[in-house]
Design a protein around this ligand. Structure first.
Ligand code: FB9
Length: 499
């Protein structure tokens, strides 16, 4: 007989004897007080067969602390102080009391004073009354017996003196159910072939189906919220006719991440403060065909073939060969535009969503890496108006409307715009992205026709995900502090629905 069955038999016997059980926590089982868990598992299945009916009770009970138990047994600290002083006839100094009673002296003399049991006489403590009524142990005895006390003030005072502590108690009261019996019939849970062939099913008892039973949640993987939002963005881009760029290379060269994008070699973004440089290998030997690299060099140094004047600074090939963790997926966009030029230009729309790395101080809104969402549209004679118009279309997909555009600066786009939207729920303007028209100094050296214009825009995956999931600290989304249950429980998001 299992432990549960043994307990069920005990409960049924008690019910049979006393017709009801008022409080299961008073029952002794296997030599100790019946725990809530044991009681619950035994009672629920008896109730499922309506052999018993039960009620669950949640109450607060006060139990004595170790110090409370000690005082219950040997009297209060203040009583000990009083008795010590009485025993001394001529009173005791605080020091003498301490020697006799240790820290009880300190704990007790304060209250003994307050209760008027003792008083000072010079440097001596002497009794101030003939006899005392040590109420604390009495109080504690009643609390021990009843788990509480009607004098809530006294109760709180004892709690403050850490003589009792409050804890929640749950117990059940039981009474006989319609199918009450002392024997627990084994209920069949399956209709087996034998029962059919032997027709024993005709008078077999079957356990009721519990259609409300929670199935065992299928253990399985789940998409990280960032990946769910990434799927939403991919859907938007495909709906808008974009092609996804291959971004499976976190390591890239200074050439594609910076120089091809006309980012000057002296730009602070290229310092170790902002960029992770690889130690081994530190340099790439794979640069695109050298006449293109030469055109980039020329454009940086003096504007090359473009109408620009360049950066009037020497351009180092060693700098361009440095290997780094890409700081933006615009590096991949540059590479795709170069291929578009080499393989014969045609209007194109590309997007990428992947990790980029920036050597930034980690805080609630910044990690050393985030997912960049980027879109590029290339066609002849595209204008800033096309960019602004398209931003309205793109952000409308995720219910982000009434955009505001603020002039900004990127080394690879001119003009550049920061995009803002008023977020009703947050009650503030939120910067939802960055964008611009790629500079001729970037496009022409690639060999793109002079009338080809490319607009680009970018945002992060983390920000919309944090807004959608109501996450305030980005470290809850990525990194060691992520709470996996939150990930597991994460609902599917619809970026195109109101929050
Ligand atoms: O994601 C950002 N904001 C954002 C986006 C969506 C959103 O939720 C929607 C309501 C549902 C809420 C907020 N930002 C870009 C704006 C800011 O958060 C900014 O402070 C932080 N930015 C990151 C970079 O931080 C250093 C976000 C990241 C970013 C910035 C710029 C680009 C990409 C990502 C870009 C670009 C670009 C520009 C021109 C051409 C090509 C690419």
């Amino acid at each position: 007989m299992s432990k549960v069955e043994a307990l069920q038999v005990l409960l049924l016997k008690k019910l049979d004897e006393q017709n009801e059980i008022a409080n299961t926590s008073h029952i002794e089982f296997e030599g100790k007080k019946l725990t809530v868990q044991d009681a619950q598992s035994a009672i629920l299945s008896l109730a499922a067969r309506s052999m018993v009916e039960f009620e669950r009770h949640d109450i607060e009970v006060y139990t004595l602390t170790a110090e409370g138990e000690e005082i219950l047994k040997n009297g209060s600290h203040e009583a000990k102080v009083f008795n010590e002083i009485c025993a001394s006839m001529s009173g005791l100094s605080i020091g003498e009391l301490k020697d006799k009673l240790g820290n009880t002296a300190g704990l007790g003399q304060g209250r003994a004073f307050k209760l008027g049991w003792i008083r000072k006489d010079g440097d001596k403590l002497i009794k101030n009354t003939e006899s005392i009524e040590d109420g604390t142990p009495k109080l504690l005895a009643e609390i021990k017996e009843h788990g509480t006390h009607k004098d809530t003030k006294a109760l709180n005072d004892l709690k403050k003196r850490k003589l009792v502590e409050r804890n929640k108690l749950m117990y059940f009261s039981l009474k006989k159910g319609p199918h009450f019996s002392l024997t627990i019939e084994k209920l069949n849970t399956d209709l087996t072939a034998d029962m059919i062939t032997s027709r024993s099913w005709e008078n077999a008892k079957f356990k009721d189906y519990n259609f409300a039973a929670e199935g065992i949640p299928p253990a399985g993987g789940c998409l990280h919220p960032l990946m769910k939002v990434r799927e939403e963005f991919r859907k938007f881009f495909f709906e808008l006719g974009f092609e996804e760029m291959p971004t499976n290379n976190y390591v890239d060269s200074g050439f594609w991440n910076f120089d091809a994008l006309f980012v000057p070699q002296q730009h602070s973004a290229r310092d170790v403060q902002d960029t992770f440089f690889l130690k081994k290998p530190a340099f790439t030997d794979k640069l695109p065909d050298l006449d293109y690299v030469a055109r980039v060099k020329g454009t940086h140094e003096n504007g090359g073939e473009t109408r620009g004047i360049g950066y009037r600074a020497p351009w180092s090939e060693e700098e361009t060969r440095k290997l780094i963790l890409r700081t933006h997926t615009t590096a991949v966009s540059g590479n795709m535009l170069y291929k578009l030029a080499k393989n014969g230009f045609h209007p194109a729309k590309y997007f990428s969503i992947d990790r980029v790395f920036r050597n930034e101080t980690v805080d609630a809104t910044h990690l050393a890496e985030f997912h960049q969402v980027e879109g590029v549209i290339c066609d002849r004679n595209l204008t800033l108006g096309d960019l602004i118009g398209f931003m309205e279309v793109f952000f409308a997909k995720m219910n982000v409307r009434n955009l505001r555009f603020k002039p900004a600066y990127n080394p690879y786009t001119e003009p550049s715009l920061e995009i803002f939207s008023y977020h009703e729920k947050l009650g503030k303007w939120v910067e939802v992205g960055n964008s611009g028209m790629f500079r001729p100094e970037m496009l022409e050296p690639m060999g793109l026709p002079k009338d080809v214009r490319c607009l680009g825009f970018g945002l992060s995956l983390e920000r919309p995900t944090m807004i959608k999931y109501g996450i305030s600290d980005i470290r809850q989304l990525m990194g060691p502090k992520v709470n996996l249950d939150l990930i597991q429980a994460g609902s599917a998001v619809r970026l195109d629905r109101e929050d």
